[in-house]
Ligand binder design. Sequence first.
Ligand code: UDP
Length: 412
Amino acid sequence: MAPSGSPGGPPSGSLALVIYCAFAVAEEAVSTGTSEDREVGIIFGTRPEVIKLFPVIEELRAAKGLRPVVIFTGQHRELASQAMEELGISPDFDLGLMEPNQQPWEFLARATTTISGLLSEGRLDFVLVQGDTTSTLAGALGAYYCKIPAGHVEAGLRTADKHSPFPEEMNRRLVSTIVDLHFAPTERARKNLLKEGVDESTVFVTGNTVVDALQRAMNLPGCEAALGNLPIGSGRLVVVTLHRRETFGEPLRGLLTALKEVLEERGDVEMVFPVHPNPEVKGNATKILGNVERVHLIDPLPYPAFLRLLNQSYMVVTDSGGIQEEAPVLGKPVVVVRQVTERGEAVEAGAAILAGTDGESLKAEVFRLLDDGTLHEQMGLRRSLFGDGRSAARIVAEVTRMVLEGSGGRDG
Ligand code: UDP
């Protein structure tokens, strides 16, 4: 299919050029399947979206009569590209929308404009977005403007604080008002949606596709080497990831200082910290932890390697959403460095502790877990809180019903 309005070459204007180039890439990429296959656009821009959508893309590839069309906004190019490469995903459309120091509203405007332009070509029958990023919101808006039915993977997570996580909590709430199908990972997420007035027949409790992703990625080869290069000693291994914008500034420096003090006061602890490339995180982590013994500041790991690292750990300290879901599957206690969490299931089940974002309380909770063997053992039970590894198949079954059978929900 040729890009409309560009029979003899690229159109003028930078936005038109982005769309033209994306189509040019897609011309070659979307060449498998039959011409009768209905096309499902998968729109994303960041690492967690790649990880949680990769099982859905695999299921769509295998589904009869459907074909995934992968649309990457470029929101977090470095981390998302690493994950895509590792998981065998190549975008059909790479929109390259991120610019240095772009504010969320600027990115939203650019992404919504470009995605709407792309979707207005009319080739897609359905659109899927995942989670809570600005790409998620832009994808849902683009589908809405072009009157394409859309589904939200990982729908219904809420913290009840519209500013935390920022802007993700608001992205989620807005997406729920736009899409046609809501794939809630848990019963709690379903209830959150119903409380907001979402039509019950459009909500499906599928489990979280992160469990599918974890199970599939643990079987991928090539991750032992990445860990083999790390000079990890025999101490108890604490895996650390921190990247949330709400803690940037003094709170983040306080948290990093607390981790330094943990290492100073517990000689048998080692830390591995795959450092997020955001300059605020990287700069402060290097300054505060760079010369501390028994801490390894490393580049972000490919997903399968990171899972191996988690699996070898004694515990995890993180502000990540996805890691709160993965750690209980592997039986690793989590200290959550946030004021509020939308994954309350893990805290209530006793698999995670909500430590807040203050250095002193983080230190206290880490010490509690390091020093209380019974607590560590109880928290470290393997738990299936977020899914059974078959979420992607359930989601694709519903998309199939809607796209191929014209059903608009459970009662449709
Ligand atoms: N992750 C990874 N490599 C790393 C650190 C994390 O692949 O070095 C994975 C992790 O397993 C999880 C996802 O990245 O699935 C979490 O991404 P992030 O913390 O950036 O986002 P969030 O989950 O908070 O939305």
